[in-house]
Ligand binder design. Sequence first.
Ligand code: ZN
Length: 243
Amino acid sequence: MRVAVISDIHANGHALQTVLGAIAREGVDELWCLGDTVGYGARPNECCAIVRDAVHVCLAGNHDLLALGLEVLEGDFNPDAGASGTWTKAELDELSVDFLRTLKPEAHLERAELFHASARDPVWEYVLGGESAIATLDLTEAPLVLVGHSHVPFAIVLVDDELSGSHAPAGTEIELGPGRLLCNPGSVGQPRDGDARAAWLLVDFAAGLASFRRETYDIQATQEEIRDAGLPLSLAARLGHGV
Ligand code: ZN
């Protein structure tokens, strides 16, 4: 089975369409999304509709919950994120709300365990390596664990209590086993590792390989949409730098 893993789309319709085009060319069996379909960007309803129709498993992220007015408070977010959350909440149509309300921040599948953030705190904790990675691996059993939330693609391998690996730039390929693998596919709609291209992960269970991919998309068009929507200008600017 071949699975495409996407995360943190953040209402970036151009990045999402481009990534789904690349995924279609690969011909995968399933598509999994680790959450934060909305927030920050200007196309939340378009992204919800596409994700609802395309994915087999989709998680809720902290920005999805904020847009629904659930569980999280605007005060938990930085000012730009809070402002975009307020904008998104007003913008979401009924279909998007109905879709987002069905989602949970974690999923336990036959081949993998999925969390928006971490196993310890599926909504909020950033896993970037070290203790946070060990804690998530300790709380799970699947050979493959997938997290989003930090917008930084990484691959961490645990073999005989030894942890190794880190940032996974474009073209990184990691074998599934020996040992267990903890991966973040990176962000489709707001990458933060200095590479502005949209990120996704291809997991080929039969070949035993995880491949980190990046796609060039129309950043300028996305920036214009953000400015036209009256969202904070910094949310447009950061897309050009991948931060
Ligand atoms: Zn996010």
